[in-house]
Design a protein around this ligand. Structure first.
Ligand code: KG4
Ligand code: ZN
Length: 348
């Protein structure tokens, strides 16, 4: 494929990143590791009426938003599309119709501009977000990856190679926040609402804690979720009053403390100096504080993406695109969306 790479083999290329895997249509421009713009149009408010993401509504919202969000990202970066060196776009995992909107748009742009297309694994994008936060960040490091679909501790050996040290055996942490939010009659997406409610409570409700020594770096959230549901049912059946804020706070501690412990433990075992994190749950203030405290205590450097770049965004896709660009790994225009792309699969 003629992709113009030979002419554009730059150390600090201008890359447009496009993300449309779920309910956010996002685009960003980077020059090397410098973030020039980061725009988002979200359909979360529309989805909230349905209590979750309705795939057809998401696809339609992306179709309405994609041109606009890309135009905004280019304008905010003060960059003309003709100046771009590559287009990076999420091709999986995610909702098929939603992915196809961003992917088709990116293909059209790459073809028209005769520049490389870089198909990005969404979850690798969450991992790459930290590179934009601190330009001195270099592997090796340990990463906590925590989103609506994934919960894992990774050891990043190089920018392109990593080892999954452990992951969730059932629900992802974000999924648990969303389910507990429903039990507490909080709107979608649950995480930020549970966090806000938890700030008004204390961790006084006894909930099961995941066993520290068991399962290496694996996690399990189904028991905790069931315990929250049972607590509410039992209290209501007995006619006892209970505090929503205390339950939210207790759940938040039980769900997040173990992530912090296992991440720091992994950093010690791998003898790295640096810890990073990514994914929507890392926008949680309590998790960020606890990670900072424990990394300080262990003498580890912590690099956290800004909250806005923990939840889905275009900048993280551009950041992973940069890694692929420097490795000379481009995608053919025939690349298809991959709704259940696993974390481990190397990109196209
Ligand atoms: O990374 P993300 O935006 O999308 C996926 O790739 O899944 O993560 C979304 C998840 C949702 O489950 C949402 O409830 C959770 O991240 N989340 C939070 C917070 N903000 C988003 N969970 C806890 N606290 C938050 N502040
Ligand atoms: Zn995500």
């Amino acid at each position: 494929m003629s992709c113009g790479f030979e002419e554009n083999n730059l150390r600090d290329p201008l890359i447009l990143g496009i993300e449309s895997s779920c309910d956010d249509t996002a685009a960003a421009v980077i020059r090397g590791r410098e973030l020039l713009s980061d725009e988002i149009i979200s359909s979360a408010q529309i989805q909230a009426k349905f209590g979750g993401v309705v795939p057809e509504i998401a696809s339609r919202a992306h179709t309405d938003a994609v041109s606009e969000v890309v135009a905004r990202a280019l304008a905010a970066a003060n960059v003309k599309k003709e100046e771009l060196n590559a287009v990076a776009v999420t091709y999986g995992a995610g909702l098929l119709g939603a992915l196809l909107v961003g992917l088709s748009f990116a293909k059209g742009l790459a073809y028209a501009l005769n520049i490389p297309l870089i198909a990005v694994n969404h979850i690798r994008g969450h991992l790459a977000a930290a590179y934009l936060e601190d330009k001195t960040l270099r592997p090796p490091f340990v990463t906590l990856l925590c989103s609506g679909g994934h919960t894992a501790v990774l050891y990043a050996k190089t920018e392109t190679e990593f080892e999954v040290l452990g992951g969730t055996r059932d629900d992802a942490a974000g999924e648990a926040f969303d389910k507990v939010a429903r039990v507490l009659s909080l709107p979608y997406p649950g995480g930020p609402h549970v966090e806000a409610l938890a700030r008004e409570g204390s961790p006084s409700v006894p909930l099961p804690r995941m066993l520290k020594g068991v399962g290496g770096y694996d996690f399990s959230y189904s028991g905790l979720k069931t315990a929250v549901i049972n607590y509410v049912h039992n209290a209501e059946q007995r006619g006892e009053s209970w505090s929503r804020a205390d339950l939210a706070c207790s759940f938040q501690h039980a769900a997040l403390d173990i992530l912090v412990e296992k991440t720091v433990q992994a950093a010690r075992e791998k003898a790295v100096q640096t810890v990073t994190a990514g994914g929507g749950v890392v926008a949680n203030g309590y998790l960020r504080e606890r990670l900072q405290e424990e990394c300080d205590r262990a003498g580890l450097r912590l690099v956290l993406p800004a909250k806005k770049r923990c939840t889905d965004n275009g900048a993280m896709i551009a950041a992973e695109g940069l890694i692929r660009y420097r490795a000379g790994e481009f995608s053919p225009l025939s690349v298809n969306a991959s709704p259940s792309l696993p974390l481990r699969r190397s990109p196209i």
